[in-house]
Design a protein around this ligand. Structure first.
Ligand SMILES: NC(=O)c1ccc[n+]([C@@H]2O[C@H](COP(=O)([O-])OP(=O)(O)OC[C@H]3O[C@@H](n4cnc5c(N)ncnc54)[C@H](OP(=O)(O)O)[C@@H]3O)[C@@H](O)[C@H]2O)c1
Length: 349
């Protein structure tokens, strides 16, 4: 590994920002050189402004970094963004315009026609869209996004099935963890002894992002995958780890063994390239009756492997399964870092 890229984190004090810090602190290719957050935190150093909410201690290397405004210039070569959606659009565009590569975890640019919505194992060809951003942003500037934390596990599980058998339709019913709402998130009195059958904007994100991710890059734009996607989302009383009960209708005949083998054997470019954050297996299939479970399976592959279980034929559509992923790692910070590792490997950074 020749050198480390100096990175800034926008939204560094939040749930996802803290994951970025945790995952980047010993990373062989990146070092955190700048942190930014809201005006509540600006002017303090990271150790003062941030209440560390992950296990273990706040890494000593970031304690003394001053919290800055999320605006260029920042002392870094690229930025990871975990800003709230409503401010991300203007802020991320200003960094790209100032020549910074922006690796975003926010929803602001995900569906823009010239922005890759990237899962390195699934649609690395979509990085061809970056050519179109060259006329828009100066110097090295561009924007790459990762999907919503529930979309990513659905799209990753569907990818091998779509490639092998064609997915015509899918129905996903999610059970989403509390950390997905940021901090402080959902009020304890609303979620104790309860399930909330509504998460603002989530169903639309799953339904639209999935067809873009599984779409085909035709050398100028993405042709959306021609599949029906229906999602219903629920907030449940779990700390970390989103689950979804999924049903799929396939275009071509496949046996249950074909489907299992297609999921189990799935490997892709990040595994071939040996990217630092790439898990050995992006998808693990569990055969026990009672798996996956958030508490037991969210940390598979250091939080980067999704776990599929309860795989069976379905009497309404063709097959059904339950999928689980760590929402702040594979669903957020880990996804963005894997995107950046791929960008380096393919010469975009
Ligand atoms: N949590 C997840 O599982 C997850 C998964 C995928 C995507 N996302 C997305 O990631 C983003 C961050 O989510 P989160 O869960 O980390 O939220 P969070 O815990 O609420 O953190 C928000 C961060 O943004 C900063 N911020 C808030 N308002 C700001 C402003 N006006 N100007 C500058 N900075 C501001 C906060 O700084 P202060 O501490 O100073 O307030 C904090 O660092 C959101 O877009 C979310 O949709 C989250």
């Amino acid at each position: 590994m020749s050198r480390k890229y100096r990175v800034g984190i926008l939204g560094a004090t939040g749930m996802v920002g803290q994951r970025f810090i945790q995952l980047l602190v010993d990373h062989p290719q990146f070092e955190v050189s700048a942190v930014a957050a809201s005006d509540r935190s600006q002017g303090k150093n990271y150790g003062e402004a941030c209440t560390w909410r992950l296990s273990g201690k706040m890494p000593a290397l970031v304690r003394a970094l001053p919290i800055q405004a999320p605006a260029p210039p920042l002392d870094c070569e690229l930025v990871f963004s975990s800003l709230p959606g409503e401010i991300a659009r203007e802020t991320e565009a200003s960094f790209a315009a100032a020549g910074y590569p922006v690796i975003s975890n926010s929803s602001a640019f995900r569906m823009d026609e010239d922005v890759p919505l990237l899962i390195p194992e699934v649609n690395h060809a979509h990085l061809g869209l970056l050519e179109g951003q060259k006329t828009k942003y100066s110097g090295r500037g561009f924007i790459v996004t990762n999907p919503n934390c529930s979309t990513i596990m659905l799209a990753l599980a569907l990818a091998p099935l779509h490639a092998a058998f064609g997915v015509e339709a899918t129905i996903a019913t999610t059970l989403q963890a509390l950390s997905g709402a940021g901090y402080p998130g959902v009020a304890s009195l609303d979620i104790l002894d309860n399930v909330l059958p509504y998460i603002s904007g989530e169903e639309e994100k799953i339904e639209t992002e999935t067809t873009k991710i599984l779409g085909h890059f035709n050398n100028s734009r993405i042709e959306l995958a021609p599949m029906a996607v229906s999602a219903q989302c629920h907030r449940v009383n779990v700390a970390d780890g989103h689950m979804a009960a999924v049903r799929v209708k396939l275009a071509r005949k496949a046996t249950l063994d074909d489907v299992r083998e297609s999921l189990r054997s799935f490997r892709s470019l990040p595994q071939e390239l040996g990217l630092h954050s790439a898990p050995a297996a992006p998808i693990v299939v569990r055969d026990e009756q009672d798996r996956p479970q958030p508490k037991l399976d969210r940390d598979a592959g250091n939080g980067m492997t999704i776990t599929v279980g309860r795989l069976n034929s379905d009497s309404v559509l063709d097959y059904r399964f339950v999928v689980l992923s760590h929402n702040t790692i594979r669903g957020a910070a880990g996804a963005a870092i894997l995107n950046a590792e791929l960008l380096i490997a393919l010469g975009h950074l």
